[in-house]
Design a protein around this ligand. Structure first.
Ligand code: ATP
Ligand code: MG
Length: 465
């Protein structure tokens, strides 16, 4: 059976060790955070601080008979599975070197206050004793929660220079908590911004992802820009600030981008995909910007250039092939504007999006939110048209060739070759366009025979929008 938190607390007390609840759970207990603020996927781990050394933590945890992970032990952390989720138990941090330690990068401390002094922000530098309930708050974290302020405990310059990840954690907390960064802390973040380049890509990407998932991503991204972090962690976006647009826009490309990210609803499953898509959708604008005949800025083909840039960026950020491909597709298609009354165009639009038309619509609506014109009516009509196609024309939308390769070979008496794919492609497009009934083998055979001649196949190049 998986042990309870009470069992864990009792085991540490029995062994004579202090065990304190720390981190996000202590902080969030003093905020009235709406439950939906957290992405469902990221149920927070409970963070504990203890006087016990890592080996001892592991021994106690194993005696509880539960799953224990030691991958974080180099940093003094043992993971313990409880009935309520994972507990991360970390030995008090300190400046003093512990003799005989197997963990040369990390030094262990002797008190909770020493540990709290090494944490990133005052609002995170609070702890509650698991037995007595005593609260330790040596840096005024509660007051800062009250004021909505992120402040580094101790000397801010030292804090960020010794661990630049804290800079990204800071802008992530701006998005997650809606807090502002205290000016001295902000100046210290800016002073160490260059060190962001020394962090591993995995950690940087994870923090950007968390920033994007927060309630206030616009503020988080703006904080990242203000401290000069954009060129170090998202250099592909560095040309956006100051890239002025035309009269259809209220903001420069950067302001428009952050507003678009913000306009993506927080309550959806594909929040991560959509927010990334919003962040990247206008990547192509700065490189393609030109002056049009009427003297205004033009961004012709920015969605094409942007899709290529998005693909490269997602690869660099290690986002994964599937997500990278999808993001490039959403960027590529974000200017699509089919006539909702033309079923054929709507089906082609949906087909190109490979099941993700809802994500594209969400992106288009968010994109429109910071334009000077209101396109809601159009998007409502397009959405209704897509819903209708999905409900009534699912077979057409699937666009399956009524004849498969074997049937085509038998029908035309030909050897296998690239001609099969070409005929099938043609037949499936005819199905999609409503010119061939789904599954109508007879009519499909007639068309295939007509196409059978090589000349016709070579001429077959009329797909497109
Ligand atoms: P969340 O609610 O997102 O889990 P959290 O504050 O609990 O936020 P964690 O990453 O779980 O964040 O870290 C737990 C605690 O460990 C933090 O609250 C902070 O006190 C401390 N901490 C984590 N990373 C650092 C760091 N790089 N430097 C200093 N302290 C850190
Ligand atoms: Mg946590």
């Amino acid at each position: 059976m998986v042990p309870t938190r009470e069992a864990l607390v009792a085991a540490f007390a029995e062994a004579g060790h202090e065990l304190w609840l720390a981190g996000g759970l202590v902080r969030d207990a003093f905020r009235d955070a709406p439950p939906e603020e957290r992405p469902a996927a990221a149920k927070p781990d409970a963070d504990y601080a203890t006087s016990a050394l890592p080996d001892e933590c592991e021994r106690i945890a194993r005696e509880l008979g539960t799953t224990v992970t030691t991958i974080g032990q180099r940093f003094g952390t043992t993971g313990v599975l409880l009935d309520e989720g994972w507990a991360e138990i970390t030995t008090f941090r300190g400046d003093s070197y512990t003799a005989g330690s197997r963990w040369p990068d990390v030094t262990f401390g002797s008190s909770i206050d020493e540990d709290l002094a090494r944490r990133d922000f005052t609002v995170n530098a609070m702890a509650r004793h698991t037995v007595t309930g005593e609260l330790r708050d040596p840096f005024g974290g509660r007051d800062d929660i009250e004021r909505g302020l992120l402040r580094a405990p101790g000397d801010p310059n030292t804090r960020f220079a010794e661990d630049p990840l804290r800079i990204l954690r800071g802008v992530r907390f701006v998005s997650q908590l809606g807090f502002a960064i205290e000016p001295e802390t902000q100046a210290a973040m800016a002073a160490s911004a260059e060190l962001l380049g020394t962090l591993s890509q995995e950690r940087v990407t994870a923090e950007i992802e968390r920033l994007l998932l927060g309630e206030h991503p616009e503020a988080g991204l703006e904080a990242l820009r203000e401290i000069g972090g954009v060129p170090h962690v998202l250099p592909e976006l560095a040309a956006m600030p100051g890239c002025e647009q035309n009269r259809f826009h209220r903001f420069d490309v950067w302001g428009h981008t952050t507003a678009t990210v913000q306009a993506i609803a927080t309550d959806r499953e594909s929040r991560s995909l959509r927010r990334w898509a919003a962040l990247l959708h206008d990547l192509g604008k700065p490189p393609v910007r030109h002056v049009k005949k009427n003297g205004e800025w033009g961004f012709y083909r920015h969605e094409i250039v942007g899709a290529e840039m998005a693909e490269a960026l997602t690869e660099r950020l290690l986002l994964g092939k599937r997500e990278g491909g999808l993001l490039a597709l959403l960027v590529r298609r974000h200017m699509d504007r089919p006539d909702p009354d033309d079923g054929r165009l709507v089906r082609r639009f949906m087909r190109r999006l490979d099941g993700h038309w809802r994500d594209l619509l969400a992106l288009k609506r968010a994109d429109n939110a910071s334009h000077t014109y209101d396109d809601n009516e159009y998007h409502d009509r397009l959405e209704a048209a897509c819903e209708r196609v999905e409900a009534e024309e699912a077979a057409m939308l699937r666009a399956e060739s009524p004849l498969d390769g074997r049937e085509l070979m038998a029908l035309l008496g030909r050897e296998p070759g690239p001609w099969i794919a070409r005929i099938k492609e043609r037949l499936s497009t005819l199905v999609l366009d409503g010119e061939l009934a789904p599954g109508d083998k007879e009519e499909a055979a007639r068309i295939a025979r007509r196409m059978g001649g090589t000349a016709a196949l070579l001429a077959e190049n009329e797909e497109g929008s």
